[in-house]
Write a protein that binds this ligand. Structure first.
Ligand code: FAD
Ligand code: NAI
Length: 469
């Protein structure tokens, strides 16, 4: 068996498998080491794909129950078969991870199943499930070992009643009451899934707003939409403890973050979703002298090299948002830099999406950031309720907001809350990447009737005025 390669990649997630494929495309001899049986990492196995499968299934149920009638569609009794819903999600995950297997074979990448542990700056030991070991060497090693849920010391998870997103994606029964600690993106997405299926969902968030990094105007309207769905928010509230009331009930003790009266909240399940942390277990970083920084991530230079030049790091384990498309873009850039090319990755134009309904999507600066930077800016807004396409679809919640420089008109940020915002944000990314002015977007012909006309109208509203408002 071949054990000498040009590049070894540790981790088969959207960082690692993309690095392997791009590396093979550029003619490198690549080995991909993954400890899971399946490729795709967190994203395909217990992240992006299963969560979106459940979001789509639960949205279909919600639509039939609550939106069919307005379209003149009469439905009888509707109910959920949770095991079938979960089986469909598993099938989607399986088809997607098998798709990656196919791509790995097609690109003639050698795959090793097992835990990769550094022996030196150019060699690795892979230990498979049976304990068999293989030693691999390469000129370059890329670490893409991803992340795991951050534990909450006050409330250790048990995998059954106090759980992380891993288990929340595979429940066998719909809980009657679910408490979620953390009003971030996992809290809102998985909270939406179960709220649509009939669960009484409560979200406890330490800070005064949900998804703290996003534009406040957008998140406060998103919160109202989710409240209509039945989700109850306890903002500015800290969990001070919790545990088991009895065989079927768990509880959290909580109080205002600034201090105050304590309250007990009981439910069937508690989902801890307070962030994710980089994962290095078993990697043996100490053996090569690499130390994570104070933020627990690996420091890298602009060529993704760690403090050991032959070892690069990408994805959730380095600075920046822990999102799949960022990991994949870093993978491509890292490999192309190794190949001596001059790739371009603009961190300012990485979009961020929350797959609730309405969806929330953003790229660039928020109003809060611009104010903090004392930047003078103009704002253009267009609500979906003024969009013909949205009215036709009975999807009029939300708006598009375009922020542009007050002097140059360069677009600085675009924030969308609305139907298919996730798909619409691509145009905003393209515009910002090419330093579009709001007038550039306003002058583009958008197909009628589409949701994306709302972006054109918001861009028009920055300048001479929206037509349909
Ligand atoms: P990972 O995907 O975590 O992959 C790392 C891999 O390395 C793992 O498979 C692990 O088994 C393996 N590994 C670790 N150590 C070793 C070792 N020593 N030897 C061998 N293998 C090892 N992002 C989005 O952009 N959009 C979304 O919609 C989205 N939804 C999400 C939903 C949930 C519930 C979660 C939890 C995350 C979601 N994310 C989403 C985030 C996304 O999953 C991550 O940002 C992405 O997977 C990071 O990719 P990565 O390659 O850095 O790491
Ligand atoms: P997050 O960082 O998005 O949100 C965690 C929230 O928990 C924050 O609002 C934080 O203020 C709050 N919090 C922290 N400690 C707390 C405490 N003790 N009590 C109450 N609240 C507390 O993390 P989340 O939701 O766990 O997601 C993890 C990662 O997964 C994110 O970084 C995200 O990028 C990624 N992800 C991305 C998705 C997407 O792109 N659509 C979907 C799901 C996850």
């Amino acid at each position: 068996m071949e054990t000498k390669f040009d590049i070894l990649v540790i981790g088969g997630g959207p960082g690692g498998y993309v690095a392997a494929i791009r590396g093979a495309q550029l003619g490198f001899k690549i080995a991909l080491v993954e400890k899971r049986d399946t490729l795709g990492g967190t994203c395909l196995n217990v992240g992006c794909i299963p969560s979106k499968a459940l979001l789509d299934s639960s949205e279909a149920y919600h639509l039939i129950q609550h939106k069919a009638e307005v379209h003149g569609i009469k439905v009888g009794d509707v109910s959920v078969d949770i095991s079938k819903m979960m089986a469909r999600k598993e099938a989607v995950v399986s088809a997607t991870t098998k798709g990656i297997d196919y791509l790995i074979k097609k690109n003639k990448i050698t795959r090793f199943q097992g835990i990769g542990t550094f022996l030196s700056s150019t060699s690795l030991r892979v230990t498979d499930k049976a304990g068999n070991t293989t030693e691999l060497t390469a000129d370059r090693i890329i670490i893409a070992t991803g992340s795991i849920p951050t534990p909450f010391p006050l409330l250790p998870t048990d995998g059954k009643r106090i759980i992380t997103s891993n288990e929340a994606l595979s429940l066998t029964e719909i809980p009657s009451r679910l408490t979620i600690i953390g009003g971030g993106v996992i809290g809102l997405e998985l909270g939406s899934v179960y709220a649509r299926l009939g669960t009484a969902v409560s979200i406890v968030e330490y800070l005064p707003a949900i998804v703290p990094g996003m534009d406040k105007e957008l998140t406060s309207q998103l919160q109202k939409s989710l409240e209509k769905l039945g989700i109850r928010f306890y903002l500015g509230t800290k969990v001070t403890g919790g545990g088991y009331s009895n065989d079927t009930t768990v509880y959290v003790d909580m109080e205002p973050s600034k201090g105050g009266k304590s309250e007990k909240l009981e439910s069937d399940l508690i989902l801890v979703a307070i962030g994710r942390q980089p994962y290095f277990d078993g990697l043996g970083l100490e053996r090569v002298g690499i130390t994570p920084g104070p933020d627990k991530r690996l420091p890298v230079n602009d060529h993704f090299q760690t403090t050991v030049p032959s070892i690069c790091a990408i994805g959730d384990i380095i600075k920046g948002p822990m999102i799949a498309h960022k990991a994949s873009e870093e993978a491509v850039a890292c490999i192309e830099l190794i190949a001596g090319q001059k790739p371009h990755l603009n961190y300012q134009t990485i979009p961020f999406v929350i797959y609730t309904w309405p969806e929330a999507a953003a790229v660039g600066a928020t109003e809060e950031q611009l104010k903090q930077d004392n930047r003078s800016y103009k704002t253009g807004k267009f609500p979906f309720k003024a969009s013909g396409r949205a009215r036709a679809a009975e999807e009029s919640e939300g708006f598009v907001k375009v922020l542009a420089d007050a002097d140059t008109d360069e677009v600085l940020g675009i924030h969308i809350l609305g139907p298919r915002a996730a798909d619409m944000i691509g145009e905003a990314v393209l515009g910002m990447e090419y330093k579009a002015s709001s007038e550039d977007i306003a002058r583009l012909t958008h197909a009628h009737p589409t949701y994306s006309e709302a972006l054109k109208e918001a861009a028009l509203a920055v300048g001479s005025g929206a037509i349909h408002l």
